[in-house]
Structure formats: C-alpha cells, structure tokens
Design a binder for this molecule. Sequence first.
Ligand code: SF4
Ligand code: SF4
Length: 186
Amino acid sequence: MQNDGPCYLTSPEDPHVCARCAGMGPTCCHVTPGNEEFCFPLSRSEWERIVDYRSDEGGFAEEGNSRPFVDTMRRLFPMHDLEIEDMFPPHGSHMRLASDDEGYCAFLTSDGCRLPREVRPWFCLLFPFWVRGRMMTMFTASDCLVCRETRTLEESLALIGVTAKEVRYIFGRLKIAWGLAPETEE
Ligand code: SF4
Ligand code: SF4
C-alpha cells in the first residue's frame, strides 16, 4: 500500500497519479474494514526497518494466520506453497500494518505516507504490480487509478513512471525479505 507513488520512480509520465488517486477516494493505503486478514504481511526485516526509523513499535497489528490468508499467499507464490504453509502455520500469527477503524493505514497522513520511501514495506512500493516467474502482472484493483486509466501493463508502467526492471528488483527484495528464492521458473 502506498499513497504517493512507489519509491523507485524515475521519470514518471504522471508523477501525480497516486496523489490524484488519493484525492478521489481510498487508495492502496486502505483496507476495507473486515478484510484486514488479507493485508499483505510484514516481514521481520521490514518491521525492523520501520521501528529503527521511528524509534517506536506503534503502527503494527498482529494478525492470525487464517486459512483464507494462507491460501491467498499460496496463490501469490505458487512455487513456494510448502514454504508458505511453514511460514504461516495454523494457530500462528504474523505482523501487518495496523489500520484504523475506517481501514486507513496507521502510517497514512493527509499528506501521504509518513514513512520515507526507503523505509516503506516492499509491497507498498510494488503495488499495483506483481511478478510470476518471467511474467509481470498487475492486481486488478478497482480503486487504483493506475489500473483504471490504463489498458495494458506497459501503459501502467509508463503512467506511473517505472520500468519492468525496477519492478522486478522490488519484487526480488520482497522475496528476499521472506527468505524465498529469487524468481526463475515460476
Ligand atoms: S506504510 Fe505508507 S505506503 Fe504503505 S500502506 Fe501505509 S501509508 Fe501506505
Ligand atoms: S491505488 Fe494505485 S493509483 Fe492509487 S495510490 Fe495506490 S498505486 Fe497509486
């Protein structure tokens, strides 16, 4: 989730697309109340990065490893389903970004994310893109202006001003944060 664009922006075609999105309604920094179990989890290293920066441990929530959550993670990492099962055992829990009663991220302010880009979780930096092996994909998020204003992945990359290589880099860092092997054959 992020509100003012990924940290790896280089030459954005519309540097304001995420700000425009924020002006129109909920962004990827928002979760529909009741759906918190599906928030992307926060790895230990991401949690440490934020805590080191802020010098406090607020802004996080512990979430149970529900079956629907684990199934979602398995779909996102189809080549790592056994590792995902081990990582998120039944009756265990994981960390996520906390959200308020209306579903807004604890780090969101009226001016966007309070965390500098280099401190934000990898998933925040990656959204709305995802990677499956050699194939790059996108989430189909109806609230995402990038998704709404573009028809192809190439158009989306161009609109937000990021290259496929940069997206793969962020995705690779996300996988490393979870101890998952780099993409090769998925
Ligand atoms: S950490 Fe920042 S970018 Fe990520 S969801 Fe929260 S407000 Fe958005
Ligand atoms: S939902 Fe999409 S357009 Fe809106 S802030 Fe997030 S990435 Fe940007």
